[in-house]
Design a protein around this ligand. Structure first.
Ligand code: MGD
Ligand code: MGD
Ligand code: SF4
Ligand code: MO
Length: 736
């Protein structure tokens, strides 16, 4: 076969790679499909010839032994999943849609999408929900990922586009402050840009409760208690003011609303912020000085600062800091959020979100409805309004007023959703669950019908990386026999449901329709074509016409707000939704390790990755472990108000004494999300993955400690209290 230039199937860095070396014809048995050879591309700015271990081993995903190659169906609930023909599976799904919709209305059927889907698929999933199912009940896993940063950026700058410019700009910065990101593990080649900056004299400041692989490479590491970043950012802005480091000229020329922020941060005097965060005042002062010493610095946030019940306000506090220092809207400087999933950026633009139409349009906006309905060939009146956000949608499944059926494309919420034992109960309360996946994920295993789909190297389409650069995913091999693409599945279902409009399964045709639907919207792709992407090595949106060069740095002249100014918004620290107390005295935070990806559905099946990171664990400081009688390598039971998990103890002095950390990549009794708190941000509806209160106990060698089972069932009353953002929140102790 000829070599195929494409991009990695995993994260938002979308490292360039070339796939080659195998025969184009699928082997006789799927197990014997020859593995493709992965070679990193030097010509892609994001990775410049680098890949992480996940990228290097990505071709093994195509040949995992338990790859799905035929639809599976249960005759009834409780019966086993059995292979069946495509027509039977699709007919059954269409029949269930009709039955449930006739009985309960259009919102009886829900859709859940993913930020790993190509732009074409994300667009088609959203369109399918709105005009084939006519349901308002659609959202996606990006709600758990980027939603707080997206909302804060939209609020401040009027347009949500991850990084403010090409990633290669970072190398020329004076300083980068990264709050809540462990890029050395979550996107390792990103560190090349950081290293280049440091070699040129720039400073790297990391804000993380753990001394991570990333923090170890920093010039300065601030180690706050989880859930206190907002206070930290306000405190840094306070220091910038007292030290005369704010850029008054820039503030006057390019922003609005600073006076109110100045008043609020007045109360964040250094000693108070040190008490709240645990970060010594000299460290805060040093961080501010490093950021302010030139005017070419970046403030970046990732999930550590964002996945909180006050995530939007926390990001806002960091944006306020960046604005006060005069960074956003300058070339080679600014605020940026690090998008996570492969198409985390494009996946949040084209209509998978509960409140959104393609092109990042609001589903409430009459002009947007008219435009998109025109492209779809329907009356705007048939388009539903906004639906429930991801966690609210999952929580409503099977409830009296909730959806009775769910179609799932590209997520594994049994492992990745907060308080996941309750989510499992909701999935089981459905009349009918459909999952499209290429492996039998923990969620697909609970479905009534499972549809086997093609994956990255077997399909083409576009992905928008963390820079906002639209890239081509190219097909290197055909899917195994029996497998269909998501676009083929959606088209086949739309036809069975007599949906209006065109339902092409050809990615190029779907992309052309997406371009038309996005035209004139904030995320305007209308000038982008597959040919241009190939020729130019990617195109930055917005790109409103074929002769438009694309927009690598969107805010140089003006922000996308009505008056062209960036908005300062005053925000106050209130602390985590769930504080520690005598019963649950330790803070738990969660996140990632290098060798596993997300719910692990993919990476747990790739042998070298499973060997590198075989099992769940909890990181504990030796002092805390000593107090609790926990030895390194011993089994520990971690309990929160939502449930309990049993995992291996990993003792490390790289974490704060008062905090423990669990990665969330595994299913079963070590699942971090048995513990997490689904308190939601009032604006973004992001759950508080990054902090909750737990207690830890050693598990006797003979088994579990006395007490109830591994997944304590949440009682409904507490659930409704905790779901109310802020309701379970107590004032944060100044002594933490
Ligand atoms: N190996 C690997 N890489 C991935 C992924 C993966 O699953 N595995 N997933 C991809 C996706 S979708 C995403 S969203 C990104 C996520 O990328 P990151 O945001 O870098 O990943 P996390 O590990 O979730 O969180 C980063 C850090 O936040 C810290 N943290 C926890 N609580 C707090 C807090 O309150 N404040 C601060 N400042 N820091 C805190 C954690 O200690 C952790 O080191 O990674 C992408 N890349
Ligand atoms: N405790 C805790 N929980 C978290 C987080 C955390 O930091 N802590 N992070 C959150 C974040 S940032 C994220 S992004 C979520 C991610 O969590 P999930 O949404 O569960 O993400 P994945 O594990 O990537 O699940 C993708 C599933 O879809 C399949 N799939 C992949 N590509 C395709 C495709 O193109 N088509 C179809 N049909 N299927 C596909 C995969 O095989 C896999 O089963 O987890 C969230 N959960
Ligand atoms: S950093 Fe992300 S895109 Fe690059 S090889 Fe690793 S997983 Fe793939
Ligand atoms: Mo994510």
């Amino acid at each position: 076969m000829t070599d195929t230039p494409t991009h990695c199937p995993y994260c938002a860095l979308q490292c360039g790679m070339t796939l080659g070396g195998a025969s184009a014809a699928p082997g006789p048995g799927r197990r014997r499909r020859p593995a493709l050879r992965v070679t990193p591309r030097e010509d892609v700015p994001a990775n410049q010839g680098g890949l992480c271990q996940k990228g290097w081993t990505s071709a093994e995903l195509l040949t995992v032994p338990d790859r799905l190659t035929t639809p599976l169906m249960r005759a009834r609930r409780g019966a086993p999943l059995e292979p069946c023909a495509w027509d039977r599976a699709l007919d059954r799904i269409a029949a269930e849609v009709r039955r449930l919709r006739d009985a309960h209305g259009h919102d009886a059927v829900a859709v859940f999408g993913g930020g790993g889907l190509t732009n074409e698929k994300a667009y088609q999933v959203g369109k399918f929900a709105r005009i084939a199912l006519r349901t308002s009940q659609i959202d996606y896993n990006g709600r758990f990922c980027m939603s707080s940063a997206a909302a804060a950026v939209g609020r401040a700058f009027g347009l949500d586009r991850g990084l403010p410019g090409p990633i290669t700009d970072l190398a020329r910065a004076d300083a980068i402050l990264l709050a809540g990101g462990n890029v050395a593990e979550t996107m390792p080649p990103f560190m090349r840009h950081v290293s280049a900056m440091r070699s040129a004299g720039g400073a790297f400041v990391v804000v993380d409760p753990r001394r991570t692989a990333t923090a170890r490479q920093a010039d300065l590491h601030l180690q706050p208690a989880p859930g206190t970043d907002l206070a930290l950012a306000n405190g840094m802005l306070h220091l910038a003011l007292t030290e005369g480091l704010v850029d008054e000229e820039y503030i006057a020329a390019r922003t609005s609303g600073f006076a109110a922020v100045r008043t609020v941060v007045n109360a964040y005097w250094p000693a108070r912020v040190e008490r709240i965060t645990g970060v010594p005042v000299p460290h805060m002062r040093e961080a501010v000085r490093l950021l302010a010493r030139g005017r070419r610095s970046y403030v970046l946030t990732a999930r550590g600062a964002e996945q909180h019940a006050r995530g939007v306000d926390t990001v806002t506090a960091f944006i306020n800091l960046a604005l006060a220092l005069g960074l956003p809207g300058r070339e080679g400087a600014g605020y940026g959020c690090l998008t996570g999933q492969g198409n985390g950026q494009g996946g949040r633009e084209h209509g998978q979100k509960a409140d959104q139409l393609p092109g990042y349009r609001g589903i409430d906006d009459p002009a947007a409805r008219a435009h998109v309905a025109g492209v779809w060939g329907v009356d705007p009146a048939v388009l539903p309004g906004p639906g429930r956000s991801a966690y609210e949608l999952l929580s409503a499944l099977g409830a009296a007023d909730g959806p009775k059926m769910l179609l799932l494309f590209g997520s594994n919420p049994v492992v990745s959703a907060p308080r996941s034992a309750a989510v499992e109960e909701r999935l089981d309360a459905l009349d009918f669950l459909v999952a499209a996946d290429f492996v039998l994920s923990e969620t697909a295993a609970r479905a009534d019908v499972v549809l086997p789909t093609a994956q990255w190297a077997e399909e083409s389409g576009t992905m928008t990386n963390l820079e906002g650069r639209v890239l081509r995913r190219r097909r290197a091999v055909p899917p195994p026999p029996g497998v269909r693409t998501d676009l083929e599945i959606i088209a086949a279902l739309a036809r069975r449901l007599d949906a209006p409009g065109a339902w092409s399964a050809d990615p190029a045709e779907v992309f052309d329709e997406l371009r038309a639907a996005s035209a004139g919207g904030p995320a305007d792709y209308s000038g982008i074509t597959y040919e241009r992407i190939e020729r130019e090595g990617g195109v930055f949106w917005p790109c409103p016409s074929p002769d438009h060069p694309g927009t690598p740095r969107p805010f140089l002249d003006r922000f996308a707000t009505p008056d062209g100014r960036a908005r300062f918004i005053p925000v106050e620290h209130t602390g985590a939704a769930e504080d520690v107390d005598a019963e649950y005295p330790v803070r738990l935070t969660t996140g990632r390790v290098l060798a596993q990806y997300q719910s692990g559905a993919q990476t747990r099946r790739v042998r070298p990755l499973a060997e590198a990171a075989p099992e769940p664990f909890v990181e504990i400081h030796p002092d805390l472990a000593g107090r609790l009688g926990i030895d390194d390598g011993a089994d520990v039971r971690v309990t929160s108000r939502r449930g309990a998990a049993t995992v291996r103890a990993r003792l490390t002095d790289e974490i704060r004494h008062d905090t423990v950390f669990m990665p969330f990549h595994w299913a079963g009794e070590g699942r971090a999300n048995l513990l997490t708190n689904p308190a939601l941000d009032p604006v973004s509806r992001m759950p508080e993955f990054k902090v909750c209160a737990v207690r830890l106990e050693p598990v006797a060698a003979s088994g579990r400690p006395p007490g109830d089972g591994a997944a304590a069932g949440p009682d409904a009353d507490r659930a409704s209290v905790i779901d109310e953002p802020g309701a379970a929140r107590e004032p944060s102790g100044a002594s933490r």
